[in-house]
Design a protein. Structure first.
Length: 256
């Protein structure tokens, strides 16, 4: 074996660098790259996986209270998945459901909200009570709503009725009284109710009652408006926990 004695030998302990000179990015360039990557990652997470929201009212008490920060997962909507009875969902306003003044934010807050780095407003959070084909009726002698003729025990999450309420509204659907029926729920839509039945502008408020003439309200929520299912309370820390689907609807049969 021969060697090229004219080639320089590396100095002991030194590394050999081959190729052209490498130019290191300045700190501000590296910070900019990291910021762009963080924003892109946040957008991807918000679009496909999860999103943060806050509870703007008392309509979901006692489980979710005003100003709770919640996390909504979107994985269950992949491949045509849809919410099930008992799920707490977040959805866009179907039109005229939101009341009160709009949320006020500055430009930075709005930008951070759009990429998922701040909780979003302008949506509603309610519990799915009826899915496609279901008929929801209020109420049996114990004040329970019925889904497809089966009474649902909601004591585990519905707010207690205030003491002293008159007998005609002593039920788990008192926003419009205890005698109403909704459904069958159309395909691609759901019927929703807030857990605080005394203070929730939900599907029941948008029902067209028998004595109304030329009523054009729609009590159902299109699945295209559903952002996802609430799976956790993230803030405040004292209220942080994971949320699951209750077993209240397990005995309800699918619509025939």
């Amino acid at each position: 074996m021969t060697t090229d004695e004219s080639a320089p030998s590396p100095v002991d302990g030194a590394s050999v660098v081959r190729g052209g000179p490498h130019r290191r990015r300045s700190p501000w360039q590296e910070s900019l790259v990291l910021l762009v990557l963080a924003v892109v990652l946040a957008i991807v997470v918000k679009t496909f996986f999860l999103q943060a929201f806050y509870i703007p009212s008392s309509s979901m008490e006692p489980g979710l209270v005003e100003n709770d920060r919640i996390l909504v997962q979107k994985v269950s909507t992949w491949f045509g998945g849809s919410p099930e009875r008992g799920d707490v969902i977040v959805f866009e306003d179907p039109g005229g459901w939101l009341t009160g003044p709009p949320d006020t934010t500055n430009g930075l807050q709005d930008a951070l909200s759009r990429v998922g780095l701040l909780p979003s407003g302008g949506h509603l959070v309610k519990r799915v009570v009826g899915v496609a084909g279901d008929t929801v009726t209020c109420c049996d002698e114990q004040g329970r709503i019925l889904v497809n003729g089966v009474p649902v025990d909601e004591d585990g999450y519905v707010a207690e009725r205030p003491a002293g309420r008159s007998a005609d509204v002593d039920c788990n659907g008192p926003m419009i009284g205890c005698e109403w029926s909704a459904g069958p729920v159309p395909d691609g839509e759901v019927f929703v109710m807030g857990d605080n039945r005394d203070d929730s502008a939900d599907s029941t408020v948008h029902l067209c009652l028998p004595d109304e003439v030329d009523c054009a309200r729609d009590p159902f929520v299109d699945l295209d408006l559903v952002v996802g299912t609430v799976f956790a309370v993230a803030w405040p820390l004292g209220n942080a926990r994971f949320l699951g689907r209750p077993d209240s609807f397990d005995a309800v049969p699918d619509a025939g």
